[in-house]
Design a binder for this molecule. Structure first.
Ligand code: FAD
Length: 458
């Protein structure tokens, strides 16, 4: 018996229920990844994620080869390609993990229909990209999803998790299945210079290092901008090179407040996914619509560009925005304060910021990005939607000695300690030494503009 296993956002051999089921069902499997035209057409294949994906595919192929198999790669329409591969392999069935996005659900439907035409069956396994799949815990009344994190977390924490599966020892792939060559990372243009390496091997190494040396202190250090003391597992979770279920099991074994705080953060990921699954339109529409109108993109154009390029004149904002361009990643505290700055202080539509983040983030993810942007903009699930973060106060609190700013804004590196956060306070003769812009907005005026707009027109 031959089965096809379709990999999507679960690019690993450990803890992979569809692969396990296919191996249990017969002697041969075809591990398949389809470079899906639908995803490319949606403009989602930004260079940083494309490069990381190429690493993941090469690594998955290597892991399968070490077990006697290989990865089959196709590109085109996913339903057509899966159907063709299943026919070429004379497979009985195709295994895939359930996806929670609207796109994944429509893909399942298309696959089912395409395969049924040849009398083949699609077997959809439980979701593997969340710890608790969307819809598995629901509030007793209302909309079928949780709109507030804390009660969701309470329910989520009580769910009994399945045990993680080991990687298979052997994978036998039938001969004669056509595959496209694996595209090398080197072929991708426009990457961030400090982009990390993708793939399950790199992901598992990072998990081990994090559990040995990192997670214990997480509760105290996760907001420390210069300390850079978070796991950096987000891209691995996005591409599924790390299993979130296995991760939670392993973190709970470590135990302690750091482990608890970290598991709570992983729950945020599932929280946003269950919101998006219940309200798919919130990928672009407001979760809680507001009647006030953002400033248009054209009048705010120069300020938007300054924000994107990290030259707003607010060193903490500029440091974070430059980290994004350089690494394809930004610290969560940086994401929060730069998003508040754009949407509230500059009063620009969150979609403008979300688009820029998706163009650069290696972990760029529709659920996490769009719904965190909405949270920061006060159109999402934040229960205090009108709070405005003051970037100077944020800087003094989370980068108290200015080391993070000096790392990313080298023009200010000669300024000592926290003075680096407010260069406009320097005496003019000294200020003139620094080739660094003046603030593009008055913080108090920006804040008032936002609060007036929200108050008056709601
Ligand atoms: P850690 O602090 O080590 O956290 C561990 C994991 O928990 C993360 O890898 C992530 O999977 C999850 N997590 C942590 N915080 C959040 C959160 N607020 N929401 C959801 N999951 C979370 N995260 C993405 O994965 N993709 C995105 O596109 C994305 N866009 C964001 C945009 C904005 C405006 C904001 C405020 C946050 C965004 N986040 C996004 C959430 C968060 O900033 C990142 O997950 C985190 O910074 C990744 O670094 P880490 O892996 O070291 O995190």
């Amino acid at each position: 018996k031959v089965s096809v296993v379709l990999f999507t956002s679960d690019l690993r051999v450990h803890d992979h229920p569809p692969l396990r089921a296919a191996l249990a069902a017969g002697d041969h499997v075809v591990p398949l990844f389809v470079r899906d035209d639908g995803i490319a057409a949606a403009g989602f294949a930004a260079p940083n994620r494309e490069a990381f994906l190429r690493d993941c595919l090469a690594d998955l192929d290597a892991a399968l080869r070490a077990r006697g198999g290989r990865l089959v790669l196709r590109s085109g329409d996913v339903a057509d390609e899966v159907r063709a591969v299943a026919a070429q392999a004379r497979a009985d069935e195709v295994h895939v993990a359930a996806g929670e996005s609207a796109y994944a659900r429509s893909r399942e439907e298309r696959l089912r229909t395409a395969l049924a035409r040849d009398g083949r069956r699609l077997r959809v396994h439980e979701a593997v990209s969340t710890v608790v799949p969307p819809g598995a815990v629901t509030p007793s009344s209302g909309s079928g999803h949780f709109a507030v994190f804390t009660p969701y977390f309470r329910h989520w924490s009580r769910v009994r998790l399945r045990d993680p599966l080991p990687a298979p020892r052997t994978v036998r792939v039938p001969a004669g299945i056509d595959s496209a060559p694996l595209p090398p990372r080197a072929g991708v243009r426009g990457l961030s210079a400090g982009l990390p390496v993708g793939g399950e091997k790199a992901g598992r190494r990072r998990v081990s290092a994090w559990l040995r040396n990192g997670v214990m202190a997480y509760e105290d250090t996760h907001d420390d901008l210069p300390g850079d003391a978070t796991s950096r597992l987000s891209a691995h979770l996005h591409f599924g090179t790390v299993s979130p279920t296995e991760l939670v099991h392993r973190v709970r074994e470590v135990g302690g407040p750091g482990a608890e705080g970290f598991v709570r953060q992983l729950c945020w990921r599932d929280f946003h996914r269950q919101v998006l699954a219940a309200r798919p339109e919130t990928a672009s529409a407001d979760y809680r619509p507001r009647r006030d109108r953002w400033r248009g993109e054209a009048p705010a154009g120069e300020e938007i560009r300054a924000w994107q390029e990290g030259r707003t004149g607010f060193p903490i904002v500029d440091a974070a925005m430059r980290q994004l361009l350089h690494e394809g990643w930004m610290h969560n505290r940086g994401r929060l304060l730069t998003a508040s700055f754009l949407t509230k202080t500059l009063y620009v539509d969150w979609r403008v910021g979300a688009r820029h983040f998706l163009a650069w983030l290696v972990d760029g993810d529709v659920a996490n990005n769009q719904l965190n942007w909405q949270w920061a903009a006060g159109t999402g699930t934040d229960t205090r939607p009108n709070r405005v973060l003051n970037p100077v106060r944020q800087a003094l609190r989370y980068d108290p000695n200015g080391a993070y700013v000096r790392r990313w804004v080298p023009e200010l590196a000669a300024l000592d300690g926290p003075s680096v956060h407010e260069p406009w306070k320097l005496p003019p003769e000294e200020r003139a030494h620094y080739d660094y812009p003046d603030p593009i907005v008055d913080l108090a005026e920006g804040r008032d503009r936002f609060l007036r707009a929200r108050d008056q027109r709601i």
